[in-house]
Ligand binder design. Sequence first.
Ligand code: NDP
Length: 315
Amino acid sequence: MSPTVLFAGRAEQRQAYHHHLTRADSEAGIAINLAMDPANCDPGAVHYLIFAGNGPVQDFRPFRKLKAILSLWAGVETLLTIGPPDGVAVVRMVEPGLTQGMIDYVVGHTLRHHLEIDRYLGTEPIAVWETDYPPLAQDRRVSILGLGTLGTACAIALSDLGFAVAGWSRRPKTVPGVTCLSGPEGLADALTRADILVLLLPLTAMTERVLNAERLARLPQGACVINAGRGPLIDHGALIAALDKGHLRHATMDVFDIEPLPPTDPYWAHPKVTVTPHIASVTRPETAAVALIESIRRAEAGEPLENLVNSGQGY
Ligand code: NDP
């Protein structure tokens, strides 16, 4: 029997996902029964729910035959707050387009801070010929909090460019060319050595406000912070205080406690803060469709699912 798959992303995504899911399904030879509009689909008949936190489905209870919820997002804190039914697998999004986008963003903003490009982008023309050479990449230490799919890909890309890269994860890891740290001492080491600190942690009970005043104080004088994980990873008052007193040089912020970031938020006007509107990366329909169909193929074939979310751990 063909499994019924419901796409519950935003309405404007339907056309692209319909095209790419249909193509990927035909290449995989599964012949799914694909529904694109939750308003015209019996939830009791759905086996696989393709879910976005900002989509139309916000209650899983009517989906009584679900085998798996396939998240369109890498971050699953919204999904877990809604509460997947017991026994239903949750798969987070891992796909090459999302990963490549994050590599581009993190490498781009790291190079900006490494080369101090802002010094030469001044709005006022200043005819000052100062030859301050930036250090070589090998002498610039980058620490990445979160050494998962995205953090590891960024760590490898930065290491390949020559940066001295460390990564911090919950469990010990080995990544060639990257100093891998874990546990509380590992976090202290990662912060102490971070000329540039990149946050790519999921938002969980354990990671909320992980970058607080005490930990910000561990960063070297003049460090830069890039937050591409989730807004609540940071104590924002402490971050602004660290920028204002000159301890930190700059913060590039892509994610916030409230999104869209309210117009009155102090980050917008802060001279040492760059705000990007949660555009570090995004799931790309063409490559994501292949990953979604592969999860369905595995589940239907009785093979273990990859990128499973552990609800207890929160990611
Ligand atoms: P993964 O689940 O692959 O990786 C999460 C990493 O964080 C793992 O290394 C994990 O450790 C580590 N971690 C989790 N909890 C802790 C903890 N308490 N202490 C130390 N380390 C911890 O996630 P992804 O790499 O796919 O995505 C990371 C996050 O990026 C997403 O959750 C999302 O919030 C954000 N994101 C942001 C986007 C944007 O556009 N700004 C786009 C996509 C994602 P371990 O390896 O031991 O499990």
